[in-house]
Design a protein around this ligand. Structure first.
Ligand code: SAM
Length: 294
């Protein structure tokens, strides 16, 4: 059974990159009148406590959202939209609640839009259902306790032919690295014009390195525009501390690969990524990259 629980990681630097990108996409996709169908193939629990046991144990939010909540001075618009979104789930600082992708997406939907959430972990699926029930969003949001990779196949293309799919697995299982491109390939055949946003960890393992390359090849083969953004906050090297203990760095970097991105996304991230490097970078390895093609 899966042991990954997103509560340990909520609000970390990877969530900052993922959710800032997600919001920039949603802001654009909800301008057009036509209804949008959003899919979150790996939804998690939906809402997280930044002051709860999980977050306190991992302290990962300290490397992400906690560092950003007190920024002084002007902030790039895409980052400001992300900070405003997190702030809207809190009544005071320091922020105690962190919204996961289901709540972030739902916040941007109009009445006519729909959201399908897939979560396979029994505890997180139950928590997610409970959290979503409080929204009283009725039929707008569906929580499906099934495999997200498989589940979306049945629903593509959406009736309105406008869709956003976020694919954010835990990559706890090595097979996720192959299942992501297989799902995107299948989805592109069913619904070539959908927007597909894939998060992946940048870690020293060949599958992680290959994933964006495979997605890029797929986008190019399907003649679809793509965008690839990465954020590195620290070195991936294991080092030894003053007491002689081996210190594993934790996740040093991650990426977002988007197929059929809104035309506004590149400019939004061009301004935001270098800002995030300065705000969240922990050593001289901190860096970002932004690449795109059409
Ligand atoms: N997208 C969430 C967010 O940004 O707030 C975080 C999701 S977390 C990285 C990945 C989630 O996927 C975990 O809660 C895990 O239980 C779930 N999961 C793993 N394999 C799955 C599968 N095949 N289908 C659906 N959910 C899965």
């Amino acid at each position: 059974m899966f042991s990954y629980r997103h509560a340990f990681h909520a609000g970390n630097h990877a969530d900052v990159l993922k959710h800032t990108t997600l919001i920039a996409i949603l802001q654009h996709l909800t301008i057009k009148e036509t209804a949008l169908m959003a899919f979150d193939t790996h939804a998690g629990a939906g809402l997280y406590r930044l002051d709860g046991d999980f977050a306190q144990t991992s302290a990962e939010a300290l490397e992400g959202i906690v560092k950003l909540q007190d920024l002084a001075g002007p902030v790039p618009a895409a980052l400001q939209a992300y900070l405003d979104t997190v702030a809207s789930f809190n009544t005071q600082k320091p922020w105690k609640v962190y919204p996961g992708s289901p709540f972030i997406i739902q916040k941007f939907l109009r009445e006519r839009d729909k959201l399908k959430l897939y979560e396979i972990h029994p505890t997180d699926a139950k928590t997610l259902s409970g959290n979503i029930a409080q929204l009283e969003a009725g039929r707008q949001v569906a929580v499906l306790r099934e495999d997200g990779f498989e589940g979306v196949r049945k629903l593509l293309p959406p009736p309105s032919r406008r869709g956003l799919l976020l694919c954010d697995p835990s990559y706890e299982m090595k097979t996720d690295y192959a299942r992501v491109p297989a799902m995107v390939d299948d989805a592109l055949q069913r619904f070539a014009t959908g927007t597909y946003a894939v998060w992946y960890p940048i870690i020293p393992r060949p599958e992680a390195h290959d994933l964006p390359k495979r997605l890029k090849t797929m986008a190019q083969r399907s003649d679809r525009p793509w965008l690839h953004a990465t954020l590195t906050v620290k070195s991936s090297k294991v080092h030894t501390d003053a007491q002689g203990n081996e210190v594993r760095p934790g996740l040093p970097a991650s990426g977002m690969f988007v197929i059929n991105p809104p035309h506004t996304l590149k400019d939004a991230l061009k301004e935001t990524l270098p800002f995030l490097v300065k705000a969240l970078g922990q050593d001289s390895n901190a860096a970002s990259s932004l690449d795109s093609g059409s």
